[in-house]
Design a protein around this ligand. Sequence first.
Ligand SMILES: NC(=O)c1ccc[n+]([C@@H]2O[C@H](COP(=O)([O-])OP(=O)(O)OC[C@H]3O[C@@H](n4cnc5c(N)ncnc54)[C@H](OP(=O)(O)O)[C@@H]3O)[C@@H](O)[C@H]2O)c1
Length: 226
Amino acid sequence: MTTVMITGANRGIGLAMTRLALAQGHRVIATARTPENAPDLHALSGDLTVRALDVTDEASLSAFAAATDEAIDLAVLNAGVLNSRGRLESDGESVAAWRVALVTNIAGPFFTARTILPHLLKSKAGKIAIISSQMGSSATAKGEAYAYRASKAGANNVAVNLAAELKPRGIAVGAYHPGWVRTDMGGQDADISVEESAEGLLTRFEALSMATTGVFESYAGKPLTY
Ligand SMILES: NC(=O)c1ccc[n+]([C@@H]2O[C@H](COP(=O)([O-])OP(=O)(O)OC[C@H]3O[C@@H](n4cnc5c(N)ncnc54)[C@H](OP(=O)(O)O)[C@@H]3O)[C@@H](O)[C@H]2O)c1
């Protein structure tokens, strides 16, 4: 049994990964921006601790670290936003939207990793899984959703830099595409359910090791190009 931390666990893929990890017998530290407004998370049963965490807020990150002194074996950095799908001339691609996307999707994983590094180092084999997106792959550019695509390309860059820096400290890092998933973000026309995505992702995290650190792959294990 391992201790798994999952950010953005109150809905969508984060909630499904939390439910599955608990069912598999893991201890889960699940975080939400507003835990007092996370009824689906609180309804789960198992070895669950729910904590507040806004990954863009330094005070929130510090408070999380201060409240947690146990080892974390796997940190799933899942919190993310998709706030515009615009093209070059779309109003939705505003400076405000870019600021939120870049800070949440790129800086969020960086600052969360920094916050929990002491907890990962307490584990015998700590791992970080960043939930990125195939849309962050420059190999599949489509000329839309600029802020989101750039933010996930940045998240991938953070993942490979963390993999390089943390390799000598025995922490493996991977970036993962969860599939096109039926959530508030993915919409109801998406390809797969949250359960299918979570099942595939947890299997991929199990396979993550020092031998595969720096990997970028899909929930189904398909290798992806940065
Ligand atoms: N769904 C897809 O098809 C798809 C495809 C590729 C990649 N992804 C990625 O998969 C991850 C999960 O997506 P999803 O579909 O489950 O999205 P979702 O249903 O929109 O849920 C997003 C989660 O992230 C949290 N979050 C957003 N900003 C945060 C912040 N500053 N601090 C802490 N938590 C924050 C949200 O919290 P609140 O409830 O407080 O807003 C929510 O729990 C994201 O990183 C997303 O980019 C999704």
